[in-house]
Write a protein that binds this ligand. Structure first.
Ligand code: NAD
Length: 333
């Protein structure tokens, strides 16, 4: 029998997941819920599902899994409730916009009958899989790295400029870089750096330095108001006379030595939803929901990325190095 999936949040990314899931013969997208009835109706019509108002209506429909694709500060409550109801949950990033929220989800996921997977899609994009392969195969032992991600603006969707909805700029796209640091180099021990409020009403320029437990030192930089002049996303990993570089999600190259030929991949012709890893993350989520494998990105991964965002804000505001893991918030279990 097909996995019955409901979508909560019928915007840009909810539509991408719904269309991917529609193409998976193991899945039936049965309901689409949104706070805005027209948004639910539009996507529901496109994927031939029932338009609904919210999570309760999806659960009443008897879904096996819920995709939470609402704006950032609207993830924790529906995720915890859906997990407690016993359904599988795919949540878009960020997991939460506070340590408390992330701990609540991690605890709920630990108790739940269903699985939880967080939408760090870049792990499944070909350029980053290319980079990771050389590290995993021992052809590049990372020593130092630079990770950059800029946003052209915080105007589309309009809520991206509202820290009350995003949880802060770092919870927008930069959170992917923090996850990428862990994905490529493992956990971070210390973080320090600078940030300034430049154009928007919050800290919107960041230059952070991360020291990983395994020894890699990495810079993570991000500017929220760069225009869309590319490259806006670039990762460079340096070993001993070996380097891998990714450019956007378009191209990647590996140089095994100063005088050796480089090898590379070009993803420019790939369909967007494949290039960005969305198709693979959705397939892996369905695999996990069907019990075929553990979740590809776990609640702990979501928690650690939240921790890196929170540590970055602390480091910038308090102008000091912050050691990880962060202590549990007062009063939490
Ligand atoms: N992984 C990625 O590459 C990626 C890309 C884009 C967005 N995202 C994340 O996905 C989430 C959604 O982003 P988007 O770009 O699709 O936003 P969007 O504004 O296009 O869509 C959000 C939808 O959620 C609805 N909504 C808002 N609050 C709601 C609530 N409480 N209950 C039900 N519906 C509600 C809105 O009406 C809207 O239709 C964000 O958390 C964002 O960070 C991730």
């Amino acid at each position: 029998m097909a996995l019955r999936v409901g979508i909560l949040g019928a915007g840009f990314i909810g539509r991408i997941h719904a269309l991917n899931l529609r193409r998976d013969e193991r899945v039936a997208v049965v309901g689409v819920a949104d706070a805005v009835p027209e948004a639910a109706a539009r996507l529901a019509a496109e994927v031939e599902a029932t338009p609904l108002g919210g999570l309760d209506a999806l659960l009443d429909l008897g879904v096996d899994a819920v995709y939470v694709t609402t704006p950032n500060t609207h993830h924790v409550e529906p995720v915890v409730r859906a997990l407690e109801h016993g359904v599988h949950v795919f949540s878009e990033k960020p997991m939460a916009t506070s340590l408390e929220g992330a701990r609540a989800i991690r605890a709920a996921a630990g108790r739940a009958r269903g699985i939880y997977q967080i939408g760090f899609n870049r792990r499944f994009a070909d350029v980053y899989r290319f980079a990771k392969r050389f590290i995993d195969e021992g052809r590049l032992t990372p020593l130092a790295a630079q990770l950059k991600h800029n946003r052209g603006e915080l105007q589309h969707p309009a809520w991206t400029a509202d820290a009350g909805v995003t949880g802060g700029y770092l919870y927008e796209t930069p959170v992917h870089l923090f996850d990428m640091t862990r994905f490529l180099f493992g956990d971070v021990a210390v973080i320090q750096g600078f940030a300034r409020q430049a154009v928007y009403r919050e800290l919107d320029d960041f230059a952070m330095v991360l020291a990983c437990r395994g020894g890699v030192i990495a810079t993570v930089t991000s500017v929220a108001h760069a225009t869309w002049l590319f490259p806006s996303e670039r990762v460079e990993v340096y070993g001993s006379h070996a380097t891998v570089v990714t450019e956007e999600l378009e191209r990647a190259a590996f140089s095994p030595g100063p005088r050796d030929p480089a090898e590379g991949i070009d993803c420019a012709a790939m369909a967007f939803e494949h290039k960005w890893g969305y198709v693979m993350e959705d397939r892996l989520f369905v695999d996990a929901a069907l019990g075929e494998r553990p979740p590809a990105v776990t609640a702990d991964d979501g928690y650690r990325a939240t921790e890196l965002v929170e540590a970055s804000y602390r480091a910038a505001r308090e102008r000091r190095a912050i050691t990880l893991p962060l202590p549990a918030p007062a009063g939490s279990g």
